[in-house]
Design a protein around this ligand. Structure first.
Ligand code: ZN
Length: 232
């Protein structure tokens, strides 16, 4: 636990004004604390913890104040990024713990067709402790995916369309979630993190792209057309 607390104590310097060309205000802005001032950094590909199998969260730790603090920190870190999921190893904690959520504001740049194609709809925050995931059925889907630990890039990844995940919630109660579409993709991505697997291990390598470049090239296009463009 000590190393976890150390990891959580790391302070990130947030440079909200970088690149701003506006003149300095005459009166200083109110000293309201930035909500993400004390969030841990999201570790990037190349860090050993992202390539190791995470350990089960010990039963005795679940429900402790430190554990709740860790869950809260993970949710805040995911939202600040912003992202739709985060696995504990991404903040340097080698535990089998994931958080995920999808919010309307993150979907605002998708057309209704893109939402439908991805089967992407908002869902409330979910926390899974020691999750076990199994694919349901044979159907797969391929879409672009990115990762907060591989910042600035995306790649096409084929995943099961439907999965069932079992595990504990943050209070230690057993839970099962049977889900299809985009949440199923997020779950597979996050559970992969617990095995030391990154999306780049699964992606169609020809599709690997700078995220801005991919947006310029493929935004608004049906995935079938994107695949044709890439010869996939
Ligand atoms: Zn990731």
């Amino acid at each position: 636990m000590k190393s976890i607390l150390v990891a959580l104590a790391v302070t990130v310097a947030v440079c909200s004004g970088c690149g701003s060309a506006s003149p300095a205000p005459v009166t200083p802005p109110p000293a309201s604390p930035k909500p993400n001032m004390n969030l841990p950094p999201i570790v990037q590909a190349g860090t050993a913890v992202l390539r190791s199998r995470a350990e089960d969260v010990p039963a005795a730790k679940i429900g402790t104040p430190e554990f709740h603090e860790l869950v809260k920190t993970m949710i805040a870190t995911m939202r600040a990024a912003p992202g739709v999921g985060l696995a504990a190893p991404q903040i340097g904690v080698p535990w089998r713990l994931i958080v995920l959520e999808d919010r309307e504001e993150l979907l605002k740049n998708l057309t209704p067709e893109e939402r439908r194609e991805r089967e992407r709809t908002p869902f409330e925050t979910r926390v899974f402790v020691n999750p076990v995931l199994r694919p349901i059925g044979e159907e797969h889907a391929m879409f672009f995916e990115g990762c907060l630990s591989v910042k600035g890039y995306v790649g096409l990844v084929e995943r099961s369309l439907e999965v069932e995940v079992t595990g504990l919630d943050e209070h230690g109660a057993p839970q099962t979630w049977h889900v299809k579409g985009w949440p199923a993709r997020i779950l597979q991505h996050e559970v992969d993190h617990l095995e030391g697997t990154l999306y780049v291990d699964r992606m169609k390598t020809r599709s690997f792209a700078n995220a801005d470049q991919a947006k310029a090239l493929y935004a608004g296009k049906p995935i079938a057309e994107v695949r044709r463009m890439l010869g996939l």
